[in-house]
Design a protein around this ligand. Structure first.
Ligand code: SF4
Length: 360
């Protein structure tokens, strides 16, 4: 059964598959301390009592759960078109390829990875149903900031690095995780027990907002990914200069990791754009002009099925205003003046800030 499920996971298109016992995660205490410290920021859903219960015990998510099938999808180490390959992270927001280039996280240019995982996990679930009629399954994508990595480590997929990402010695960390919970009793894989970070602390030192804490903890409130994607309100002013031109997510703690220097890319990028899917412009001014002209329903139609729909029009324009202010180019002033009159108070406030920080 285990061999056949593993084969089915490969057929469904997953790169890694491992089996973990449905037991409370090893890092449960660390997770509770993380929440108690408020490091989750505005992601209140993580601290909800029912949600914490589920995260602390998969059997709360699927009664009778015996096994977690943990899968991964490599999305590739190739820098997105908006970063300069081979340059140090600190250089990536300078003028190496233009101060007006919008830098976005590698996974984001294309389809929303949630949709891809859900389709493939549903295919795996159907294969399991055919193998074991009556078996119950429940899929998860983004099960939690710490805990899905905890289960992945127990399933043998890698170790949790100091940057809090899951790392594999051959694959690096440019992959996403998903889980299928099942009531089938399947022998667990051996856990990944080695810590290959050693004395390295490149990710901690490289993080421009000092979001990575000792003890493999991330203060999400300082993380550029959180600030540009999850945060709904204003980005704290003191953090805006450090964001540079990263207008959606951040890969710095992965870019500097030595385990990613030779990490392979996938044969076929799993989150590749659908035919005809629009790509955001490679210029912050052009992107901001496009977004500023879109009504909310037009934005939703244009960005449906992409990761950019998460922060929404106003969130993206907020981020672009910060990036434009950080560009230091006086030529971006006209679009910022336009954003200063935007219908969104959030966008207006960030545009005012950006205009203030532009030179003369
Ligand atoms: Fe570990 Fe160094 Fe990679 Fe950070 S950069 S995750 S410390 S190996």
């Amino acid at each position: 059964m285990k061999r056949e499920i593993r084969a089915a996971a490969r057929t469904a298109g997953f790169d890694q598959v491992g089996f973990a016992p449905a037991a409370p995660p090893t890092h449960a205490e660390a997770y509770e301390a993380w929440l108690a410290n408020g490091y989750h920021g505005e992601m209140g859903y993580m601290a909800r009592e029912d949600s914490v219960r589920r995260r602390l015990d998969p059997r709360e998510a699927l009664p009778g759960c015996r096994t977690l099938i943990v899968v991964s999808l490599l999305y590739g180490s190739t820098p997105p078109r908006t970063t300069a390959p081979g340059r140090r992270a600190a250089d990536r927001t300078d003028a190496s390829r233009g101060r007006r280039l919008p830098v976005v996280a590698r996974y984001a240019l294309g389809r929303d990875y949630h949709d891809v995982f859900e389709e493939r996990l549903d295919a795996l679930s159907a294969a399991i149903e055919a193998l074991a009629p009556g078996a119950r399954t429940k899929r998860y994508v983004d099960y939690g900031p710490v805990l899905e990595r905890d289960h992945a480590q127990r399933a043998g997929l890698g170790w949790i690095g100091k940057n809090t990402m899951l790392l594999h010695p051959d694959l690096g960390s440019y992959f996403m995780l998903g889980e299928l919970l099942t009531d089938l009793d399947i022998e667990p894989d051996p856990p990944f027990v080695h810590d290959r970070c050693g004395t390295c602390r490149r990710c901690i030192d490289a993080c421009p907002t000092e979001a990575i804490l000792d003890g493999r903890l991330l203060d999400a409130r300082l993380c550029i990914s959180y600030l540009t994607i999850e945060l709904r309100g204003a980005i704290p002013e003191e953090l805006r200069p450090a964001i540079g031109n990263r207008v959606f997510g951040c890969d710095i703690c992965q870019e500097v990791c030595p385990w990613n220097s030779d990490a392979p890319g996938p044969d076929r990028p799993p989150f590749a754009a659908r035919p005809g899917q629009p790509m955001p412009p490679e210029d912050m001014v052009a992107w901001a002009e496009e977004l500023a002209a879109l009504a909310p329903d037009e934005f939703r139609a244009r960005y449906r099925g992409t990761a950019f729909s998460r922060p929404g029009r106003d969130g993206l324009l907020r981020n672009l205003a910060v990036g434009l202010g950080n560009s230091g180019e006086s030529g971006v002033r006209p679009i910022l003046e336009r954003l200063r009159a935007d219908s969104s108070p959030l966008v207006r406030e960030h545009a005012r800030w950006a205009i203030d920080v532009l030179p003369g």
